[in-house]
Design a protein around this ligand. Structure first.
Ligand code: ISL
Length: 551
């Protein structure tokens, strides 16, 4: 099969199945629900879907804990439903990429059950199982994971297993060639069914330094120098690529937590034959310290520009960027990056949309982003569902300096903010379900919902349609250079894309105030093609954005 670079022309919509559309009234989204909304996606103009995990799972981490890689979680539907969905997507010119979660399985996966119940099990070596220190009283080392817990859990008096995420997510032992063969088998299973690629969950964690050394000091994510971008990462990815991926016209996007631009280059330079793209988090970390979201700090535009400049220049002609401002682990973008999620919600949502959409790379839209959904309106711990926030809260209760910090930001920073039910209309459960959903619907569904948005004169969805339409077949956006026009300006983001003598210029006001912008005077011969105000003067309105072309 000849491989094509179709992903460079893709506009990818992420579906978090639990929260998208419930067709059978059990309070959980499902595959038939997704099928019923495919025309909505087609109308939006996207040509690819990234589906968060739908595999069988006890759902400790909402499906990122898989107990059977070849079946569907029953409340979401069946494999037949899945095939119908895939076919219906393809009929509409929409490709499908699956979430591939193979750093860990669920602790309810039969491999793990066998591994821990029988020391001689052939599956024992599928996981990272080690003797504890001090006759089993202490874990093998002092690593901790991503969910505010120690990384080792006891199996019996002697042995522990490694889990970099929740206890129910034991890490697979990629050193074992049989594990790698299992992963290849999973890839082939879905690719042969017709899926178009994978978003590879925490893929940079799959290779662990086999010395399993303790570290000092033991801050959050202790040991990361031994398990992020580990010694055999590139070898493993190349192996998957060579043995499986290269035989299909598919793409991969790796989720690369804690990775730099240089790490990314090694993962995606085409000649290295590893991944197609990566998700980096440098831009979403512009409002925290140390890349840790709980250490919140005020957003600063110049910081964002620096990151975007680095990645746009860094991957030009040697890789390909992924572009995103939301996903299921991030809070909503309106109200973030210095914007406003109340009276200037439309302006904020559209400004952010235009700003990232004209960059070089493949844009991703997270469900609800295209109608300007906001963070959840949580007021009590009981409103929250996510294992990460629950664990973090438990830890904060124990550590005096973390407690005020985390309590203050808990509701605004939890991943649950992105996971509230999709607001289709203003009915009791937002048209998502006919019963109380698994997580509460935001009360603002009364006025923030897809049906209403599409009726509004100021429709965020229709603005996104314009962005998508503009990008399609636009060679300047696809291949042009990127230049930031005002690096040190902390209020307005202006950049230029250029291919031969064709130019696209984007100017976005990131502030809630009127700003006189001299650059606009220099664009008098350019055509204004997209904007979120009908203003043409050189004074930018709050959160105004404009896209100009010279051709
Ligand atoms: O969400 C985070 C911080 O709030 C990240 O640290 C996140 O845990 C990290 O990006 C890994 O995320 C992925 O793997 C996790 C899963 O919980 C996330 O939903 C997934 O995107 C474990 O599989």
């Amino acid at each position: 099969m000849k491989k094509t670079d179709w992903y460079k022309d893709a506009i990818i919509y992420q579906i978090y199945p639990r929260s998208f559309c419930d067709s059978n009234g059990d309070g959980l989204g499902d595959i038939p629900g997704i099928i019923s909304k495919l025309d909505y996606l087609k109308d939006l103009g996207v040509n690819c879907v990234w589906l968060s995990p739908v595999y069988d799972s006890p759902q400790e981490d909402n499906g990122y804990d898989i107990s059977n890689y070849k079946d569907i979680y029953k409340p979401f539907g069946t494999l037949d439903d899945f095939k119908v969905m895939l076919n219906e997507m393809h009929k509409r010119g929409i490709r499908l990429i699956m979430d591939l979660v193979v750093n860990h399985t669920s602790s309810e996966h039969p491999w793990f059950n066998s591994a821990i119940s029988d020391k001689n099990s052939p599956y024992r070596d599928y996981y990272i199982i080690k003797k504890g220190k001090k006759n089993g009283k202490k874990p093998p080392n002092n690593w901790s994971g991503f969910f505010a817990e120690k990384a080792w859990e006891k199996i019996d008096d002697e042995y522990y297993y490694l889990h970099l995420f929740a206890k129910g997510q034991p890490d697979l032992n990629w050193e074992n060639p049989k594990v790698r063969e299992e992963v290849k088998d999973i890839l082939r299973f879905w690719l042969d069914m017709g899926v178009d690629g994978f978003r590879c969950d925490v893929i940079t964690l799959i290779s662990k330094d086999q010395r399993f050394k303790s570290v000092f000091p033991t801050l959050a994510i202790a040991g990361k120098q031994y398990y992020v971008n580990g010694p055999r990462l590139h070898e493993y990815l190349h192996e998957l690529n060579k043995d499986v991926l290269s035989n299909y016209d598919c793409m991969t996007v790796g989720e690369t937590v804690l990775s730099s631009l240089d790490d990314a280059k090694l993962l995606i330079k085409p000649e290295r034959e590893e991944l197609s793209m990566v998700f980096n988090f440098d831009h979403t970390d512009t409002d925290n310290f140390f890349g840790a979201k709980w250490f919140y700090r005020e957003f600063k535009l110049t910081r964002l520009k620096k990151v975007v400049d680095r990645w746009q220049h860094g991957l030009f002609n040697c890789g390909w960027n992924s572009l995103f401002i939301e996903n299921h682990d991030q809070r909503r973008c309106v109200g973030r990056f210095g914007t406003n999620d109340k009276e200037l919600r439309y302006e904020s949502a559209t400004m952010l949309g235009a700003t990232y959409f004209m960059l070089q790379g493949t844009p991703f839209i997270y469900q609800g982003q295209e109608i300007g959904m906001t963070n959840g309106d949580f007021t009590a711990m009981a409103d929250l569902r996510d294992v990460e926030v629950k664990n973090t809260y438990k830890l904060a209760e124990k550590i005096f300096f973390l407690k005020p910090l985390i309590k203050k930001h808990m509701f605004s920073l939890t991943r649950d903010n992105a996971r509230t039910p999709f607001q289709w209309n203003n009915q009791e459960f937002a048209g998502f379900s006919s019963v109380e959903p698994w997580i509460r619907v935001n009360a603002n569904k009364e006025f923030i919902n897809a049906e209403q948005d599409l009726k509004n004169e100021k429709s965020i969805n229709k603005f996104y349609r314009q962005l998508i339409e503009f990008r399609k077949n636009n060679e300047v956006i696809k291949n042009g250079t990127y230049t930031c026009l005002n690096k040190n300006n902390n209020d307005v983001y202006a950049y230029k894309r250029k291919l031969d003598d064709k130019e696209v210029v984007v100017i976005s006001n990131f502030k809630n105030k009127i700003i006189k912008e001299k650059l606009i005077d220099e664009l008098s011969n350019y055509k204004l093609v997209i904007s979120n105000y009908s203003n043409k003067s050189n004074e930018l309105q709050p959160y105004e954005t404009r896209v100009y072309i010279n051709y």
